[in-house]
Design a protein around this ligand. Sequence first.
Ligand code: HEM
Length: 223
Amino acid sequence: MEGSRKRLLLVQAISGATFAIFALVHLGNVLLAPIPGAFDATASWLRPIYTHPLIEIGVMLVPLVVHVAVGVMLALGRRRRATAAKPDLWARAHRWSGWFLATVIVGHVAAERGIALAYGIVTGGPSVSFALWWQPVFFYPYFLLLGSAGLYHTLFGLSRAARLLGVRVPRVGARARPIAVGALVGAVSLAVLAWGGWLYDVGDPTDNDYARVYESWGFVELP
Ligand code: HEM
């Protein structure tokens, strides 16, 4: 029993670390949004790499599906073992962020990559600006949570995976953790505000191919 749990933990660490390559690049790019034009300029440079079928399937899709599936198996195992010790707040936040991401990731990928593929358009930054204009009450907190949970889950998960795989990484001390998390949330907030047009002029959020797809579905009437 303990042997199979260890194997699952190893698979979880390796699949998570593989997907983290894309996640870190993507979220690093998200944090560039406060610089006018920087997100889309970097995305157009990166897009041919991360949409290459070998990368998209081998480094993103398969590791992500394996990572979530193993997470569910480990969680079910924990429920059965009544003796499992309760993890500290940081480890619990890592689990909560994981469940949140597992819930929303299919919708996020469908809305970005799915629509880009189905309609032959580039979604990019204008898709985020449109979403924030269209349904602000939902999308401001959604993108803030998506970015913050994504960064926290990826960075905490990588430090866990490193220790499991025997790689020495510096630990963030208990006192520095709230500051580090605050800095992450602050940086994501700035990115979301930038896309919402609060830091510089993002142009008309309704004048792009992405908004026109939603109009063609009858979800929105564009001005
Ligand atoms: C504030 C948070 C986020 C924003 C604003 C955001 C925005 C975007 C945008 C604009 C795209 C389309 C990129 C393009 O035009 O090529 C995209 C794609 C994608 N995002 Fe995010 N994202 C966020 C967080 C995340 C997180 C946390 C994850 C995963 C844990 C994630 C996973 C993906 C994936 C898998 C794709 C599809 C990449 C592809 O195969 O083309 N995103 N996102």
